[in-house]
Design a protein around this ligand. Structure first.
Ligand code: TYD
Length: 244
């Protein structure tokens, strides 16, 4: 592995899939369901997240998301980048070099959407910092779970009421609207990599939409055996699912 490589993971045999969307869109639940479905099918999967995908990252995450903390926006941008730099070098690149399928709950698109569109940092600065932290490592596939801010607020309200919330969850609706619009713009700019999934349906409906995208993608990369390839071509709804 060349640590200064500036390409996506496409030149590695593994696959790097990221999950994105506004808070409350259901991406973490979908990541868990996909991971267990792939494991049932005999595919080795690494699950990780940002912030917090490494031991150092877990400490940065706790500080970044603490509702009591007054975090300056530039400090916020740089700490997310520090978390990512550690994650890329210590976890993502080694996992991809070992041919793993890596599922990450958020990655660099979150910085473009939250710190770029949400906080208002200039796109050029965001790109520079993302490039520095990632060394150009881009996801092979990104699933963007799209939901209106009003619908996501219904889902996050319970977390907020039970105080299982974080500093960004409690930003106002205008902030979350800018973030959502930011994600939609990123998806428009990179339609081959980013697949938008309507997250309004039930958990199971959304899971089927995820499978319809991910199984053909893994097949194209030669990561499914012959039996799994046949299943990936089965019409939607006829495919068996272990996730209920
Ligand atoms: P997440 O783990 O998705 O939150 P949850 O625990 O609610 O599932 O993400 C934590 C928060 O961090 C989320 O509000 C988005 C924010 N974030 C950024 O603002 N910039 C970033 O680069 C990343 C990775 C996350």
């Amino acid at each position: 592995m060349n640590p200064t490589c500036t390409t996506s993971s496409n030149n590695m045999a593994g696959a790097f899939i990221t999950f994105e969307g506004i808070d409350g869109c259901g991406k973490s639940t979908q990541l868990r369901l996909l991971a267990s479905e792939l494991r049932v099918r005999g595919i080795t999967v690494v699950t990780t997240r940002e912030p917090g995908g490494t031991p150092l990252g877990q400490r940065l995450r706790a500080a970044l998301l603490d509702v009591q903390e007054q975090v300056d926006p530039l400090a916020e941008l740089l700490v997310f980048a520090a978390d990512r730099a550690q994650h890329v070098r210590k976890h993502l690149r080694p996992s991809l070099a070992a041919n793993q399928v890596v599922l990450s709950d958020r990655y660099a698109d979150a910085t473009v959407a939250y710190q770029g569109a949400g906080r208002g940092f200039a796109p050029e600065l965001i790109q520079e910092i993302v490039q520095l932290a990632t060394e150009g490592l881009r996801p092979d596939l990104t699933l963007l779970f799209d939901l209106s801010v009003a619908e996501s607020a219904v889902r996050t309200r319970r977390r907020i009421e039970s105080k299982r919330t974080d500093r960004l969850d409690i930003e106002d609706a205008e902030f979350h609207t800018r973030v959502r619009n930011g994600y939609v713009e990123i998806a428009k700019a990179e339609p081959a990599r980013i697949k938008v999934i309507d997250a309004r349906g039930s958990v199971q409906e959304t899971h089927l939409a995820v499978m319809d995208i991910v199984m053909p993608f893994l097949e194209d990369r030669g990561l499914l055996g012959a039996e799994q390839s046949a299943k990936s071509k089965a019409p939607r709804g006829k495919r068996e699912s272990s996730a209920n």
